[in-house]
Design a protein around this ligand. Structure first.
Ligand code: CTP
Length: 403
């Protein structure tokens, strides 16, 4: 079950360059099962074509209160939707909404709805900081509108400032939308800790021992948890994919650092998903200077085991914390995975075969078997890591509802 399955969302688009990101937002909402009615203001159409949204949502795009001599039933349009998102919300749109205007289809819908309204402003940092905008935003907040404050960072035009004004990323808006819709997820409002990527054990100041983990599976789980309205802490080692927006990120290097970060995060965690691939061995001693090539090389490097993160942090778990581990195997997949589940006191273990094409490290897809309490197994087909993440969280939700 995806968080937006069958939910009706009106997505308002106003005229700002950030509307290029709204295209991804519309796509993500539709992919998550929402029925999306896009309403574009006149100036929005100067930035993105209506056909783009029509193609992504599979539904007609609405633009005018009156088209070809017929009045659009904006009351019905507003009332059949369970949530209105306006992204981007320009300074002008915010001013018109704060004044209670109904001079175009989108503002008219705002006056006709009882549904929650989520605004994702985007504008130049000076316009965001102007007292007029501050007053308008606080007026809208006092009416119950939820405003996701813009981020700082480079704005659209290179000569603009870098203060707050940049529209939040689609993932962040999606997470706020999920929380508002109360998507029915048992994970809504819970604290989920996800680990991702590889740890690195130094051999000398310039070399390390590691593995091929890309962080794709862990970041997919973090995104899926965000979409379900969870507060997500992502503890990431070395990863080769972008970090999701909207979660607290802790970066770690070695397995010992990972264990320390997991221990701290576990203090108030409801769920731990341990998708990271920690290095299992580290050199016993690390010289302060680079090992020179020399005629014979360094010879053998003496290794010792690193801490097992799951085992060594068991005492820090809350009694009700649901713990999900992974088992990457090359032989005896199910037997090895099941013994990891019991040895590491996991609620679920996600087993995958490192030798199978399209599964394991670095791929966008995975074929996993999820083993739950009492050894109950579910063998899933080859699917995207995003879909695997949702399948894992569906089972976590099942366990949560039984606690
Ligand atoms: N894990 C851990 N600490 C480690 C190594 C692994 O907590 N030092 C976690 C992984 O994040 C994963 C689970 O334990 O969730 C199983 O990891 P895996 O690499 O499959 O197994 P190992 O415990 O390392 O055992 P082996 O390498 O012998 O298969």
């Amino acid at each position: 079950m995806r968080p937006f399955d069958g939910r009706r969302v009106l997505l308002g688009v106003t005229g700002g360059i950030a509307s290029y990101k709204t295209v991804s937002l519309a796509r993500a909402l539709a992919q998550q099962g929402a029925l999306v009615d896009v309403v574009m203001t006149r100036s929005a159409r100067d930035f993105v074509g209506g056909l783009t949204f029509e193609a992504l949502t599979g539904r007609p795009v609405h633009t005018e209160l009156v088209a070809e001599g017929h009045a659009l039933d904006h009351i019905a349009l507003a009332r059949q939707n369970e949530l209105i998102i306006v992204a981007p919300a320009t300074a002008d749109f915010i001013a018109r909404a704060a004044a209670g205007r109904a001079d175009d289809l989108l503002t008219a819908c705002l006056l006709a709805t009882d549904a929650p309204v989520l605004l994702a402003p985007a504008m130049n940092d000076r316009m965001w900081a102007h007292q007029q905008t501050i007053t308008n935003v606080s007026r809208l907040r006092s009416l119950g509108y939820v405003v996701v404050d813009p981020a700082s960072g480079a704005l659209a035009s290179p000569d603009e400032g870098s203060g707050p004004g940049r529209m939040r990323e689609p993932d962040e808006i999606l997470a706020a939308a999920a929380a508002l819709l109360g998507t029915g997820s048992a994970l809504g409002g819970l604290r989920v800790v996800v680990t991702a990527g590889a740890t690195r054990e130094p051999i000398d100041p310039v070399r390390f021992i590691s593995n091929h983990s890309s962080g794709k599976m862990g970041t997919a789980v973090a995104r899926a948890a965000l979409r379900r309205g969870a507060h997500v802490t992502l503890i990431a080692g070395a990863i080769s994919v972008p970090l999701p927006d909207g979660c607290d990120v802790v970066r770690v290097g070695t397995t010992e650092e990972l264990a320390g970060a997991v221990r701290s995060a576990l203090a108030n965690a409801d769920v731990l998903v341990m998708a990271a691939a920690p290095a299992d061995f580290r050199p016993k001693s690390v010289p302060a200077s680079k090992i020179k090539k020399g005629p014979t090389g360094p010879g053998a490097i003496d290794l010792e085991p690193t801490p097992d993160v799951l085992a060594s942090t068991m005492d820090a778990r809350n009694a009700n914390c649901i713990v999900v581990g992974f088992a990457l195997e090359t032989d005896d997949l199910l037997a090895n995975a099941e013994s990891k589940r019991t040895a590491k006191k996991l609620d679920l273990v996600v087993a995958n075969d490192a030798t199978e094409p399209g599964a394991g490290f670095g791929t966008d897809t995975n074929r996993v078997t999820i083993i739950g309490p009492d050894g109950v197994t579910a063998a899933l087909p080859l699917m995207t890591k995003d879909a695997v993440a949702d399948a894992i969280l569906d089972r976590v939700e099942g366990l949560l509802s039984g606690r």
